[in-house]
Design a protein around this ligand. Structure first.
Ligand code: MG
Length: 164
């Protein structure tokens, strides 16, 4: 890989169930429902990891961190993002910017957006203005609108390090 810049996109979805902790963007969200998952079910971080891996054509999160492995049972997804960033560095790239959209009917995520951006930017080694996190409902349509699940989309730009 010698391109100066590479782009990747990622998508993730998890079912929601009552009584589970809700982690989004590395932040614990006050919520009666949480994601059903092998890991902590952090949907936006999973989408972001897939975008980073996709930018480098390195496969997907399931290939690198299989949900059949006990190593990743209940794992903090921030650890997965950190490991994914290690792969980015090893390939000779750095993160430029990322843009993430979370689709969830409730709870309202606005109070948590800044903390998510700070958390993700810290792990990616970029400034907060390089990480966008947006939240939307789906106007009560579909599985997201019925509160059965939440989904996230991520796009990321990587650029080649001259020193790598
Ligand atoms: Mg996932």
């Amino acid at each position: 890989m010698n391109e100066m810049i590479r782009i990747g996109n990622g998508y993730d979805v998890h079912a929601l169930a009552e009584g589970l902790p809700l982690w989004l963007g590395g932040v614990r969200i006050e919520s009666p429902v949480g994601c059903v998952a092998h890991s902590d079910g952090d949907v936006p971080i999973h989408a972001l990891c897939d975008a980073l891996l996709g930018a480098l054509a390195l496969g997907d999160i399931g290939k690198h961190f299989p949900d059949t492995s006990m190593e990743f049972k209940g794992i903090d997804s921030k650890v997965l993002l950190r490991r994914t960033m290690d792969l980015v560095s090893e390939a000779g790239y750095r993160a430029g910017n990322a843009d993430i959209t979370i689709a969830m009917q409730r709870p309202k995520l606005a109070p948590y957006i800044l903390q998510m951006r700070e958390t993700i930017a810290g792990i990616m080694g970029v400034t907060i203005d390089a990480v966008s996190v947006k939240a939307t409902t789906t106007e009560k349509l579909g599985f997201v609108g019925r509160g059965e699940g939440c989904e996230a989309y991520a796009v990321v730009l990587l650029y080649r390090c001259q020193t790598a």
